[in-house]
Design a protein around this ligand. Structure first.
Ligand SMILES: Nc1ncnc2c1ncn2[C@@H]1O[C@H](COP(=O)(O)OP(=O)(O)O)[C@@H](O)[C@H]1O
Ligand SMILES: NC(=O)c1ccc[n+]([C@@H]2O[C@H](COP(=O)(O)O)[C@@H](O)[C@H]2O)c1
Ligand SMILES: [Mg+2]
Length: 195
């Protein structure tokens, strides 16, 4: 069985932290990070607001991300070997792929491939504070959060909801441990229901 999990939601919601914990506990589990598909800086548009538009779908090479997902779908075993993931040779033959990123549910060709879509959120103040402590490859210029990051987050979330994309909302204010156990248990239950 092939099972694709989305760990999506807002920037600094805790997606990468949760994903890294899940990876260690789920068997035959590979990961694809959406952040690895940002286009080079010189291809990022500058908006009328003067900010580089990092937080729009066009800043990501989603075709390349989709191809990577398709490579896993064709042969999860080969994909796992190529990415240094040890494959257990048990009878269940379940293969799990985690997609992790801030715009997972806004790209049409991917949206129906998920078995389960999680969406992490924290309140605005917490998100802004966590973001101020982060150092990205390209540092945030002053005003980027309120001028670009937050409005784009709201826009894509509104569109996702208007399109009826079903997600499981997760409260990113819970502790790392609580979130990990909640999602691990939910994935395990969902896998049992399918087998
Ligand atoms: N459950 C949590 N509670 C408090 N802080 C968290 C939690 N999960 C992650 N963090 C912290 O928040 C920041 C963003 O986490 P990260 O996993 O990188 O988020 P994302 O990938 O969604 O941007 C990091 O400093 C991380 O240590
Ligand atoms: N990885 C990069 O090259 C890069 C560059 C500039 C901004 N970012 C930021 O990364 C964020 C997405 O990553 P997180 O969800 O982990 O915060 C976006 O909000 C974007 O503004 C990433
Ligand atoms: Mg991250």
């Amino acid at each position: 069985m092939k099972y694709i999990v989305g760990i999506g939601g807002m920037t600094n919601g805790g997606k990468t932290t949760l994903t890294n914990s899940l990876l260690k506990s789920l068997p035959n589990c590979c990961v694809i990070h959406q952040d690895d598909f940002f286009k080079p800086q010189d291809q990022i548009a500058v908006g009328e607001d003067g900010f580089k538009q990092w937080d729009v779908l066009e800043s990501l090479d989603m075709e390349a991300m989709l191809s990577t997902v398709q490579a896993w779908m064709i042969s999860p075993r080969k994909f796992a070997r190529a990415h240094g993931v040890s494959v257990q040779l048990d009878a269940s033959d379940t293969h799990i792929l985690i997609l992790e990123g801030f715009l997972l549910y806004s790209y049409k060709p991917l949206v129906d491939l998920y078995s389960r879509r999680y969406f992490l959120t924290v309140p605005y103040e917490e998100c802004k504070w966590r973001r101020s402590t982060r150092r990205y490859m390209v540092p945030d210029p002053p005003g980027l959060f309120d001028g670009h990051v937050w409005p784009m987050y709201q826009k894509y979330k509104r569109e996702m909801e208007a399109n009826g994309v079903e997600v499981v909302y997760l409260d990113g204010m819970k502790s790392r441990e609580e979130l990990f156990h909640q999602v691990l248990e939910d994935i395990q239950n969902s896998l049992l229901n399918r087998s």
